[in-house]
Design a binder for this molecule. Structure first.
Ligand code: FES
Length: 180
């Protein structure tokens, strides 16, 4: 009898307005926490998926010397800072190019990286060829492939002469073996 009375009292307390409003509050609080947790997980995932679509391709003009630094008909190795260097990049923030001066104000620049797997190519002035030491890739002086595995010509950079400065327009270097 006492047990039945206690049960009845319990049921009355469970269904009291105060108890119902406490349960509603706890349920809303739980839903709020669940939504916040879902957002914490979803925001970085969505950001990572969308980042490549929103990133612009970095390009910037970089000085590599003055016109008189380069003799007519020569091909020289020049270095410059990438368009979008990261603070932690160290020496990897630098790129290199082979720069040829064809006449007074005409320059042509080739990326120093082989289009096969990115090894640095060297210029052999006597043979007038670019040679890759890694797998025997060879390029003619105009950057086209002469022999070996490179699938395409050396990447060219835009070059301009601006107020006696020779400038190269940086861009990401497409390397078939890595980016394809
Ligand atoms: Fe140049 Fe392979 S990286 S030939």
């Amino acid at each position: 009898m006492i047990y039945a009375m206690n049960e009845e009292t319990d049921n009355k307390e469970k269904n009291s307005p105060k108890e119902i409003s406490r349960r509603n509050f706890m349920m809303k609080l739980s839903l709020g926490f669940a939504a916040a947790s879902a957002a914490v997980v979803a925001i970085p995932v969505i950001s990572a998926l969308l980042a490549p679509l929103l990133e612009s391709s970095p390009e910037k003009w970089r000085k590599v010397g003055t016109v008189n630094d380069f003799a007519l008909g020569t091909t020289s190795l020049v270095t410059f800072i990438n368009a979008d260097p990261k603070p932690y990049a160290g020496v990897t923030a630098k790129s290199a190019a082979w720069l040829r001066r064809d006449d007074k104000n005409n320059f042509i620049a080739f990326a120093a990286n082989c289009t096969h797997l990115g090894c640095p190519v060297r210029w052999e002035a006597k043979a007038e060829l670019f040679m890759c030491p890694c797998h025997g890739g060879v390029y003619y002086k105009d950057g086209t492939v002469a022999a070996g595995p490179p699938p395409k010509p050396l990447t060219k950079y835009e070059v301009r002469v601006y107020k006696d400065e020779v400038q190269i327009k940086t861009k990401p270097i497409p390397i078939t073996g890595i980016t394809a």
